[in-house]
Design a protein around this ligand. Structure first.
Ligand code: SF4
Length: 110
């Protein structure tokens, strides 16, 4: 399977996972394409599609919390931003993802 087919397969799977969570793919198609490509590469390297914008640690349990889509593990944080940390997914009502900013988790839990 080439990289485009792998991206398509991830997209198909993710769509079904995030939809019931109230999320959709970002309207920013270039960003989606770029992030999915990074995930395909991470999957090829580690066997698991880890998050492309959160660093892996040596703690396997911690790493399992950043397997995409990691929304269930960071629900409060992502819901407050209306996007996931990378911006691959946004709340379904979002039309302009450029307006959504990353907010560190410690600022949300104040
Ligand atoms: S932050 Fe977004 S892209 Fe990264 S693993 Fe979580 S859901 Fe996937």
């Amino acid at each position: 399977m080439n990289i485009e087919s792998r991206k398509k397969a991830l997209k198909f799977l993710y769509q079904r996972v995030v939809d019931p969570l109230g999320y959709k793919f970002s309207p920013d198609k270039d960003l989606v394409d770029f992030l999915l490509e990074q995930e395909v590469k991470l999957k090829q390297k580690h066997g698991i599609p880890f998050c492309p914008c959160q660093g892996l640690s040596k703690d396997r349990e911690e790493n399992m919390r950043i397997v995409c889509p990691c929304i269930p593990f960071h629900r409060e944080h992502f819901d407050a931003m209306k996007r996931c940390w990378c911006g691959l997914f946004v709340h379904k009502d979002v039309t302009n993802s450029d307006e959504l900013k990353q907010i560190p988790v410690h600022e949300i839990k104040k």
